[in-house]
Design a protein around this ligand. Structure first.
Ligand SMILES: [Zn+2]
Ligand SMILES: [Zn+2]
Length: 291
């Protein structure tokens, strides 16, 4: 039995924690939240919940003025066969790989412990930022390797590059091995910091949201890259990776691509090429001619 003084101390601390009211919403749903299946279901609902609205926008708004204004490659159309193709692979990846892995997790993983106290706001923020930076670094290395080694590109990563003009369902249009690696890295990165489960769930949602945003194919006025002083790459930068696959390997941020010399200035809303991009293209054309 827990010591009474510990309970009194926790009650005092819980009143001081900013996230405690959010964490207290768990009360009454503990059995659901403790299940190892909960994070899997949360990820699936979050992914589909974010992709479906953009699919509907691509299907029904492509003739509208604002659509062409904010689309990064406005001359390219998202067609029904493309949506069907990406949805089919997403479906089979879920049925053949994610579902068996989830069932195994359900059988062998113990229930998630739910502490009484919420994480502190500081822990909640820095642990997610650190996990995102670590994932970003790990995936960049994996990504470069899978572009540089022909065999790995042809048999694994080429699946993701079937589309040169991304749309929401391209996010998880992946070879199963790439999907497994991404799932493994996303899950294990929070183990470094012994994170609170609220932090883990939030980090999972955040990384799915950033990945989907990378692939929506739009450059909106309030997109992440416009609000973060160039730290986030956002949709325009990853869109450029699908157009020029030997550039912009970093999935979330910009700093590694700048350090490695693989950064290509992105194309903006409406297919506008900045002076930096025009200079980049001119320079690379000249280098090719000289070679
Ligand atoms: Zn992509
Ligand atoms: Zn790639």
């Amino acid at each position: 039995m827990r010591n009474v003084s510990v309970l009194v101390q926790e009650a005092g601390e819980s009143r001081e924690r900013f996230l405690q009211p959010l964490w207290d919403l768990r009360l009454g749903y503990e059995d659901w939240l403790m299940s190892p299946l909960f994070p899997v279901l949360l990820s699936i609902v979050c992914y589909f919940g974010q992709c479906v609205p953009f699919m509907l926008i691509d299907m029904y708004c492509s003739h509208q003025k604002w659509y062409r204004k904010y689309k990064i490659q406005p001359e390219k159309e998202v067609t029904l066969p493309q949506i069907w193709d990406t949805l089919s692979l997403t479906f089979w990846n879920h049925v053949l790989f994610i579902m068996p892995a989830s069932i195994a997790q359900w059988i062998w993983t113990p229930p998630t412990p739910l502490p009484e106290l919420a994480p502190t706001l500081w822990e909640f923020v820095w642990q997610q930022a650190a996990a995102l930076l670590i994932f970003d670094f790990q995936y960049t290395i994996w990504h470069i390797t899978h572009h540089k080694i022909r065999f790995l590109y042809r048999h694994i990563h080429a699946v993701h590059h079937r589309y040169h003009c991304p749309f929401s369902w391209v996010t998880q249009y992946l070879h199963p091995w790439e999907l497994i690696i991404i799932g493994f890295l996303t899950t294990t990165n929070t183990w470094f910091f012994n994170c609170h489960c609220l932090t883990i769930w939030s980090y999972m949602l955040l990384s799915i949201t950033i990945s989907v945003e990378d692939h929506i194919g739009f450059d909106f006025p309030l997109s992440t890259h416009r609000l973060t002083f160039g730290f986030f790459g956002g949709a325009p930068k990853h869109d450029m990776h699908h157009q020029k696959p030997l550039t912009n390997y970093q999935p979330f941020f910009n700093h590694l691509d700048v350090w490695f010399g693989t950064y290509c200035p992105p194309m903006s809303a409406g297919g506008v090429k900045s002076k930096a991009l025009l200079d980049y293209e001119r320079k690379h054309k000249e280098t090719k001619k000289q070679a």
